[in-house]
Design a protein around this ligand. Structure first.
Ligand code: AMP
Length: 195
């Protein structure tokens, strides 16, 4: 793998109750910088989102944030990024994040993180994109969700193939290595509206 990967990260706007979550967010941000990759994320400075962005910036990464105006006005936008796009709606924001990314991973987070992860996983299943989608299962945070996902296959609502599209790892570097193996060379932003 060569070339710059733009990696989209979905993660909590809170830090959670386990120091391992913040440590993992920092490790991922630092690794993005060390690999010469770009971070694409929701543009916030709160929670794990802020930790990833700060670590990526400190490690020399370019960081693109995309935030809706309403959140920006509540002063939760990160003002130290390489690029911060302020958009009008959540839909616009998720589309722009997806178009500017070569791969997606989720770290621990809440409903916002789940929604974003499941959206890009669904888009992959529908063939709207062919970019890798991964999950960092820090300290077992996602064990229950992963058990449930296995049940959805057993109950016949999700195919083995769809299930296998999600790359799951417990260690940041292992997940980024898996993403690097699966990511085509970085290209121009995609335009899903043409599909
Ligand atoms: P949650 O997991 O519910 O904390 O939501 C986090 C996800 O939703 C992130 O990946 C963001 O894209 C988005 N999000 C939620 N809250 C904010 C915020 N205050 N600033 C920026 N993005 C946010």
């Amino acid at each position: 793998m060569s070339g710059r990967v733009s990696l989209c990260i979905y993660c909590g706007s809170r830090t959670g109750d386990n120091a391992a979550y913040e440590a993992a967010a920092t490790t991922v941000g630092t690794a993005i910088g060390c690999r010469g990759w770009r971070l694409v994320y929701g543009g916030g400075r709160a929670g794990l989102m802020g930790r990833v962005a700060d670590a990526a910036l400190a490690a020399g990464a370019q960081v693109l944030g995309v935030i809706p105006r309403s959140l920006m006005e509540r002063e939760v936008g990160h003002r130290g990024l390489t690029e911060l796009h302020v958009v009008e709606t959540m839909h616009e924001r998720k589309l722009m994040m997806a178009e500017h990314s070569d791969a997606f991973i989720a770290l621990p987070g809440g409903i916002g993180t789940f929604e974003e992860l499941f959206e890009v996983w669904t888009w992959r299943q529908l063939g709207y994109h062919d970019k890798p989608v991964g999950l960092l299962n820090v300290d077992g945070y996602y064990d229950a969700l992963l058990d449930f996902m296995r049940q959805t296959v057993e109950h016949g609502f999700v195919s083995d193939l769809q299930h296998a599209l999600l790359q799951v790892q417990t260690q940041p570097e292992a997940l980024l290595d898996a993403i690097a193996r699966l990511t085509p060379l970085a290209t121009e932003p995609d335009d899903y509206r043409r599909i």
